[in-house]
Design a binder for this molecule. Structure first.
Ligand SMILES: O=C([O-])C(=O)C[C@H](O)[C@@H](O)C(=O)[O-]
Length: 309
């Protein structure tokens, strides 16, 4: 049974940093439960507002529904009670509905709707897809505006009007005009989170648009730095944000840009670099070669942001 009502969950998440933990795999690319438990316990020991298990960085798109349910269950078991766990809902509508039903059963407080795989979709179809997901559960639902799932301001408003448990809008498109319209139309009824690859890069300008938080993939391996960065953003400390962008975030982005999909793979490389190996990624992603991992490790050390424990 969820401890947070959907509206309490939104209020809780909107003013803290959000973690998207990597899912640990063993060398056969099967979920490594022990390592995942260890990673989750470590992630939740920091002052983070929520843990999105089996999200994008958690390779939720590469998990079977049964694996996703188990990963969320493990996350719920390992997370501190004050840190809510959210699941993901992906693929076709029947699977996404299954994902949220499973998530609620294992104790998740909410779920993020990932874009459906492969097909194009228009507003009515997206509305019906998310409506079915919202109707299948009592936990809070957030949509992820990305790839083939671009929600118009009107579709977002329709979901808000018809589903009290629809609580949030996450963006990875970065279209300022679109975001302005979504926020202007939906206001405080929802909370808004940034989800572009390496969300820190955009955090300060997007705050002005109403996105008070974001999903930090790098929180996986440099949690203290990620929390300091978030605090600088919320304090509107432009000088401190710029210094941290130059010291780590932008050079990190240059390694990330070497191949498609590295936005996720580089997180596992980062975990390897700090001695908390979470194993390989699953295809279609590819792991970073050893020389890139070494470069990332050197960057973390030079930046002085190796985790303290
Ligand atoms: O679902 C996810 O893992 C994401 O939201 C993508 C990343 O967390 C992105 O925001 C990032 O790379 O910082």
């Amino acid at each position: 049974m969820a401890q947070f009502s959907p509206s309490d969950l939104a209020a809780h998440l909107k003013d803290g940093l959000l973690s998207f933990p990597a899912t640990a795999f063993d060398q056969n690319r099967q979920v490594d439960e022990d390592r995942y438990r260890e990673h989750l316990a470590w992630q939740s020991s920091f002052d983070v507002a929520g843990l999105f298990a089996a999200g994008g960085t958690g390779e939720g798109f590469s998990l079977t529904p049964a694996e996703a349910a188990r990963v969320v269950e493990l996350a719920v078991a390992e997370s501190r009670p004050e840190v809510p766990v959210l699941a993901s809902a992906g693929g076709p509508t029947v699977q996404a509905v299954q994902n949220v039903e499973d998530a609620e059963t294992v104790g998740a407080e909410g779920a993020l709707v990932l874009p459906p795989y492969l097909t194009e979709c228009d507003q009515e179809g997206l509305y019906q897809h998310v409506s079915a997901i919202c109707a299948a559960t009592n936990i809070g639902i957030i949509v992820y505006n990305r790839a083939n799932a671009v929600y118009s301001p009107e579709t977002v408003a329709r979901l808000s009007d018809n589903h009290p448990n629809f609580i949030g809008f996450k963006d990875a498109i970065g279209d300022i005009e679109h975001l302005t319209k979504v926020v202007a139309k939906n206001g405080d009824r929802l909370f808004y989170l940034g989800g572009l690859p390496t969300a820190e890069t955009y955090a300060l300008p997007l705050l002005q648009l109403g996105m008070s938080t974001y999903s930090s993939a790098m929180f996986n391996f440099v949690p203290e730095f990620a929390l300091d960065f978030y605090s600088d953003v919320r304090n509107l400390d432009r000088a401190a944000v710029t210094e941290k962008l130059n010291r780590f975030v932008l050079p990190y982005g240059r390694i990330r840009d070497r191949a498609k999909g590295y936005g996720v793979s580089i997180v596992k490389a980062g975990l390897k670099a700090i001695g908390r190996d979470a194993g390989p990624v699953r295809t279609p992603l590819q792991d970073l070669p050893a020389q890139d991992v070494a470069e990332l490790e050197a960057l973390v050390r030079q930046a002085g942001i190796y985790p303290s424990h």
